[in-house]
Write a protein that binds this ligand. Structure first.
Ligand code: KG4
Ligand code: ZN
Length: 340
């Protein structure tokens, strides 16, 4: 019996990356991302500029994804798109495009929750990467979110902990602004952290009960620390940048791992996955791997290209929903605060 080939187009436009990907039966055929450089000069995403850039990028990005996959648009079985959460103006571009495209082709439309997609990216077929078995815990760490999710099945997820203020990626980006390392700051802080001493400076970890997180206090502590030290020595940041980055990273990873330890103990689940932009971080990837030996965890660390925002993760959710005939109608609307 020959297996039918199901081609799904995924479209992602929730924040500042315009992305499109084609997946065939769980395997990625193309994964195109257009980053919006325009935000770098503002030190953060400017929503109005993001939606304008999506508008410019969406047609060429989708075109490229289909061409790179070696198919034509008529081979597609469904169009999956990010419905939310995200910036409304950005989401609207992807949502409207996906609706018209699916309608024009006469194929089903599938709505995808961006945060579920960061988790379900682990179900993309990739050599050398295991797919998590249910139930497992997923920590989603990105620019806008920090959550611990108990994943009972693909679409049966329960948020058991989340940030009460800033997201961990936001803490990286805001600290980076104070240190003058550009936007987004996560990758640069990570790179410098690897050359610095993680114990050079101490930052107090926030005290938040249970499985919730808080990063706003840490962000303020870093700001005051830099202001205080710069008063004494105007070149303090320049002279100690790697050590400062290493110390910030050490503190953040400590916070994340502490919560995962509690979550694992509370739920009795020792299969642990990470997802989202911050899961690209070398420190958290290593700390998770170490957890296998230290705490008896089985960990799932995503392939690098599926950590930050991408459309392959949207397409895989599209495929999983396609298999369940879980389609949406043309009346669907983007939802900035869509919950898991
Ligand atoms: O998932 P993502 O691409 O977008 C959101 O949904 O928010 O995550 C972007 C976030 C940014 O805050 C960026 O600084 C952070 O991920 N990030 C990192 C690294 N790479 C990206 N943070 C720490 N270390 C990294 N290597
Ligand atoms: Zn994301």
């Amino acid at each position: 019996m020959s297996l039918e080939k199901i081609y799904i187009l995924g479209i992602e436009s929730s924040c500042d990356d315009t992305a499109a990907a084609v997946i065939c039966n769980g395997k990625v055929l193309s994964n195109v991302v257009a980053n919006q450089k325009i935000h770098e000069e503002y030190g953060g995403v400017v929503p109005e500029l993001a939606s304008r850039a999506h508008q410019q990028n969406i047609v060429p990005v989708v075109h490229q994804a289909i061409a790179k996959a070696g198919i034509t648009k008529h081979d597609l079985h469904a169009v999956a798109f990010t419905r939310g959460p995200g910036l409304m103006g950005s989401l609207l571009v992807g949502t409207s495009f996906a609706k018209s495209f699916a309608y024009g082709l006469g194929i089903p439309l599938i709505d995808v929750n961006h945060m579920q997609a960061h988790i379900l990216a682990h179900y993309i077929d990739e050599e050398g990467f295991d797919k998590p078995t249910f139930p497992f815990l997923a920590m989603t760490i990105s620019g806008g979110h920090t959550q611990i999710v108990k994943v009972n099945h693909y679409f049966d997820m329960e948020v058991i902990g989340e940030t009460i203020d800033d997201a961990v990626g936001g803490a990286y980006d805001k600290s980076g602004k104070v240190l003058g390392v550009g936007y987004p700051a996560g990758p640069e802080i990570d790179k410098r952290a690897q050359q610095g001493n993680p114990k050079a400076f101490q930052f107090t970890k926030p005290k938040v009960d249970g499985l919730n997180f808080s990063f706003s206090g840490l962000k303020t502590a870093i700001l005051y620390f830099v202001q205080r030290e710069t008063k004494k020595n105007p070149d303090f940041v320049k002279e100690n940048l790697n050590d400062i980055c290493a110390s910030i990273q050490y503190t953040i990873i400590g916070i994340l791992i502490d919560k995962l330890k509690i979550a694992s103990k509370q739920t009795g689940i020792n299969h642990i996955a990470i997802g989202g932009g911050v899961s690209a971080n070398s420190g958290i990837r290593q700390a998770l791997k170490d957890g296998e030996q230290k705490f008896g965890w089985k960990t799932y660390i995503p392939k690098f290209e599926y950590t930050t925002d991408n459309a392959a993760m949207i397409a895989i959710v599209g495929y999983l929903k396609y298999l369940e005939d879980d389609f949406t109608s043309q009346d669907v609307m983007a939802s900035a605060r869509l919950k898991i």
